[in-house]
Design a protein around this ligand. Sequence first.
Ligand code: PGA
Length: 251
Amino acid sequence: MTRTITPLIAGNWKMNGLRSAVEELGELARLMTTGDAPRAMVVVCPPATILHAVANRGATSGILAGGQDCHPAASGAHTGDISAAMLADAGAQYVIVGHSERRATYGETDELVRAKAEAAIGAGLRPIICVGETEAERDSGEAEAVVAAQLAGSVPESGGEHGVVVAYEPVWAIGTGRTPRNEEIAAMHNRIRAVLVERFGDGGESVRILYGGSMKPQNAREILAIENVNGGLVGGASLLAKDFYTIISAV
Ligand code: PGA
């Protein structure tokens, strides 16, 4: 059943990208429109300062834009924060919530991540909800239980609808060049699918489950071929158009 899901490749630029980076997106747009038509949906999540420019630049070549975080409230006295409606207004269609860097740096809890995902849905965005275990949790055999608990806490009740996306990102694989073995990715993605189907029924069958953590041109093809891997959330390798396009083409 999951075979009918169109894969999604999302680039997470993190805190990288001045206005000049929009030119790199022009290069990606050129590759996407002159090469073979991509078999994946493509989303780029730049810093909020250039989100509007990225959304505009990508619009003509099928590159969608996303935010990297949002506040759970619609508006108000939250200095420095950005609401989901603001992201949507700037041209975003997706927003990453609960990235492990935010969970670790700002102590974001599952409850907060769920509230952010709900705010995103309320603003018409598709949340990309991140989950993933630490190295210690994997070493002690708890990885699947940790991820199942994060899913239970972070994915809203309407998680089987509204184009909600889950990203499995083992914390120890992010930015390290290390990835789990293919069997480990397969086991985790199958478990995530089972958890989603148990909770949402048919809706859980169609949720995209992305893999993230050191996905790069060299390993994208084999990771994307794993059952229940419906795309990727790509950090470092999304910053260079050529590398990101190679990953997109690996679908
Ligand atoms: P990475 O980051 O591809 O640089 O490991 C992935 C992510 O943090 O989303």
